[in-house]
Design a protein around this ligand. Structure first.
Ligand code: GAL
Length: 686
């Protein structure tokens, strides 16, 4: 095993393929931050790993110890703990069963024993997570026995193992990442990927996506209504109809709907909205990009358009240049990169086949695993050239994706699966949006919105609605223009939830800065921080946000739920009641409140909610202390929009408090402006 970064060892097995996540990586490992983690030995020796190659591909067998639990494999919506299961990590737009299909499958798993393993492949590999036991000695082929004496000794049982079946490849690189803790193993994976992403501050505000057929006038009207009605909102998304041709994309404004795009962008910008444009991966022949990109197309068409080989640097550059000139430099803030996944369960399969051939030498299977990453890479390069941060949506991703400021979403809609996505995404360097669309009832709308405001991207996706879901959650009635009877009340509840998001923004932004610099996922499963606690192993509907908060969503139809609070003491966010951890509680929750708990000895900064975030927004903060020996609270302060923080233009604002010394605020760093003003302190009694 060769050590390739602090706490990361590479095991080269056979002859690896050319097109792998490592070969496509976005950024170099953040070696200094990895070195700052506690040192740890490799979790197992190279001798403990078995490897074989056959005509079907190669097989790697890695040890799993007793009592060890396995998590990961990307955006798994159907299961949480993977021990004992088989996952085939296939890119898919409709991950309807617990087979491993995912918008963003990732060949990375992490163990409660405090290490991670990254198998560097773009193949639809199968991971047998201790689900099958090999018969020791049974796998050795030899000459057939001619008599009973020649029969081999009966096979013994091999120890439990992780068996990885990688089709087509004659070899593979396996990266073993030390912790020493489970959380540090995930940090190490994210740092090895290049560090987590830091969204622009506005990206953590509220997002709304309008009806796909709206015109510029419709958009301006609705946007003005949001401002009049004081619904906090930062990003306004245009769906397919902004383009002359959507499936495949023309990447060109439909002037019958948007006669003057620059004027439209300016007027939306004046109201404080950032514009995000829906696109997808297929290039239509009518696109201004078609003549260039057709030279890099695969051998299959999709929707009458081409699928570009974005692994060819010239193709990626042409795509990025067009987006830079036509959109980014004219003020567009980001994109929603749709349908870059795959279609297997669709009645009319729309994606390119696995046996497709691409000019760079990739086949369709490798491209399905890579195409989401390659589009993210192209777009991010265009934003970087303009020293402008972006926050985007994407429907497919894969390994080493932490540095990409792109959030995954799905057309699936089961609320429990969506919450499981929030819980699981952080195992593998991914971000996930449990977006609200039409809802079964007002209660369903509120319960869904509660999760949305406590997620990586607070998105309301009204692409097939005529008006916001808080005016009418039922899709048919909404499209028929029927307002709810109690529309003012429902809107007020939803406004309260969106304002709550804005109150949390400085806290969330700082959690993302820690993701960027130290690799800690801002939103993560409870087991990540409590791998020694078996009570945490099955918790697929509650999650940690930063270091201070634990959320436990309630689903429509429920009045209460069981919440497990890990060891230590916790306060209810709403009632301030103190609960001893290491136990489960049946928690009741009024319709307007999501069960939310604050860890003891936390200073929680809550901001006066603003309607949207500008470059010079300064948050007025009340610091709430929970408990007698509060840890310092660190707020990350920078311009919120550029990459200047990478050159040191940021501060850490440290809030401290103790009963003896009282409150203190210390600002350290080289950023000259002030984004946070601490207005008040409030001490929650024990
Ligand atoms: C889907 C996407 C939806 C919406 C729709 C518009 O593929 O998942 O969110 O954008 O296209 O046609």
């Amino acid at each position: 095993m060769e050590q390739v970064a602090p706490g990361v060892w590479r095991l080269r097995l056979g002859t690896p393929e050319a097109f792998t996540p490592i070969a496509l990586r976005e950024a170099e490992p953040l070696v200094d931050a990895m070195r700052a983690l506690p040192t740890a030995a490799a979790p197992f020796a190279a001798q403990a790993v078995r490897f074989s190659v056959s005509a079907r591909g190669c097989v790697v067998e890695l040890p799993i110890g007793d009592g060890e639990e396995i998590y990961g494999f990307g955006l798994q919506l159907k299961s949480h703990k993977q021990t004992g299961l088989k996952k085939t990590i296939r890119v898919n737009a409709d991950p309807i069963a617990d087979t491993g299909d995912s918008h963003a499958p990732v060949p990375f798993y992490v163990s409660t024993r405090g290490y991670g393993v990254f198998v560097d492949t773009a193949r639809y590999a199968s991971f047998y997570c201790g689900s099958h036991v090999r018969r020791e000695g049974a796998s050795t082929p030899g000459a057939p026995a001619r008599s009973a004496e020649e029969l081999p000794a009966p096979a013994g049982r091999a120890a439990k193992a992780m068996v990885v079946d990688v089709p087509a490849a004659e070899g593979v690189d396996v990266y073993v990442l030390a912790g020493p803790s489970m959380r540090q193993a995930i940090q190490r994976y994210n740092l090895f990927s290049g560090g987590g992403c830091l969204p622009p501050m506005w990206g953590l505000g509220v997002w709304y996506r309008q009806n796909h057929a709206y015109t510029a006038d419709d958009a301006l009207r609705l946007a003005a209504t949001f401002r009049e009605r004081e619904m906090p909102m930062d990003v306004y998304g245009l769906e397919p109809g902004w383009q002359t041709h959507a499936y495949g994309s023309s990447y060109d404004w439909a002037t019958e709907r948007y006669p003057d795009p620059d004027e439209f962008l300016a007027r939306m910008g004046d109201m404080g909205f950032k514009i995000n444009l829906w696109t997808q991966a297929v290039v239509d022949p009518s696109s201004p990009l078609y003549d260039v990109l057709r030279h890099y197309a695969s051998d299959y068409e999709v929707w009458g358009g081409i699928v570009t080989d974005m692994n060819v640097p010239e193709a990626r550059a042409a795509y990025a240049d067009h987006h830079e000139r036509a959109f980014i430099q004219r003020g567009v803030s980001g994109f929603k990169v749709d349908e870059c996944d795959n279609s297997d369960f669709n009645p009319s399969p729309w994606s390119f086949p696995e046996h497709s051939r691409f000019p760079s030498g990739m086949d369709g299977e490798q491209m399905h695993s890579s195409i989401g990453l390659l589009y993210q890479k192209a777009l991010l390069s265009a934003f970087r050239r303009n020293n402008t941060r972006t926050y985007c949506s994407v429907r497919s991703s894969h390994g080493l994706a932490a540095p990409y400021p792109f959030v995954l979403y799905s057309d699936l809609y089961d609320h429990r699966d969506f919450v499981r996505g929030v819980v699981n995404a952080g195992f593998s360097g991914l971000l996930w949006s449990p977006e609200v669309r039409p809802c079964a009832s007002v209660e369903d709308l509120i319960r869904r919105l509660q999760v949305v405001v406590l997620s990586a991207q607070a998105l309301i996706n009204a692409w097939n609605l005529a008006m916001p879901p808080w005016w009418q959650p039922d899709s048919e009635r909404n499209r028929a223009g029927e307002l709810l009877d109690n529309v003012a009340k429902v809107e007020a509840i939803c406004r309260g939830l969106l304002q709550f998001r804005m109150a949390l923004l400085p806290y969330l932004y700082s959690a993302f800065a820690t993701y960027r610099l130290e690799g800690t996922p801002p939103i993560r499963a409870v087991v990540v921080d409590y791998p020694q606690d078996p009570n945490a192993y099955e918790l697929d509907s509650q999650y940690l946000i930063g270091d201070a908060l634990l959320a436990a969503p309630i689903f429509a139809g429920e009045k209460s739920r069981v919440v497990y609070l890990p060891p230590g003491n916790w306060y209810s966010f709403w009632t301030h009641e103190r609960h001893e951890g290491g136990q489960s509680y049946e928690v009741e929750s009024p319709a307007e409140q999501i069960p939310l708990f604050v860890r003891e000895n936390t200073i929680l900064p809550l901001a006066e909610p603003v309607g949207h975030i500008d470059r010079d927004t300064c948050f007025e903060i009340t610091a709430y202390t929970f408990g007698p020996r509060c840890e310092p609270c660190m707020l990350f302060e920078d311009d919120g929009v550029s990459f200047d923080y990478e050159r040191g233009a940021y501060n850490w604002v440290e809030l401290t408090w103790s009963p003896d010394d009282g409150p203190a605020v210390n600002r350290r760093g080289d950023y000259p402006d002030v984004r946070y003003r601490i207005m008040d302190w409030s001490h929650i009694p024990e």
